[in-house]
Design a protein around this ligand. Sequence first.
Ligand SMILES: Cc1cc2nc3c(=O)[nH]c(=O)nc-3n(C[C@H](O)[C@H](O)[C@H](O)COP(=O)(O)O)c2cc1C
Length: 173
Amino acid sequence: MSVGIYFATTTGKTEDIAERIHGMLSGTEVPKDLADVDDVIEFCSHESIICGVPTWNTGADSERSGTAWDSMLEEISELSLNEKKVAIFGLGDSSTYTENFCDAMEELHSHFLKAGATMVGYVDKSSYTFEESKSVIGDSFCGLPLDEDSESDMTDERILNWCTQLKSEIPGL
Ligand SMILES: Cc1cc2nc3c(=O)[nH]c(=O)nc-3n(C[C@H](O)[C@H](O)[C@H](O)COP(=O)(O)O)c2cc1C
């Protein structure tokens, strides 16, 4: 079972979290920067994928990440990822950008869904303080939101809980 980790970053925080998740999940491959990926077809070589995305384009309807993910979304939706599990984690700032907290996660989520992936790693929104997020579906975030700007003291516990959850949702972890 191969579980890939892919991230994009502008100031390095998403990369750091990708490394920490890799350290906690022994069944995962070394995290890869999306900027070094020529073609998203390589996602098909994994049984499951964990994706990390920051939000930079505040309030945007599309291309919310402001990273390499934005230009790859259409190609992702054209992949055939049936029977593959995909989990998303997002980096944002729930204090300064409280009306757009981790908005970019939902954009990845919808495009991976179009590709037929089974989305896992949803997180209850009740332990977060924010006004709005496009990444909330019902009572849950469509992935793991992390806030290294305003709530970095909560990151260890949030990652630990999420990795425990993924071990029950993704085969091979
Ligand atoms: C100009 C600017 C815009 C941002 N917009 C958002 C936003 O809309 N929503 C959010 O949750 N965080 C926003 N952030 C916070 C970043 O997403 C956060 O710092 C993140 O950890 C950056 O990750 P990276 O270092 O991997 O690029 C913004 C930060 C800056 C400086």
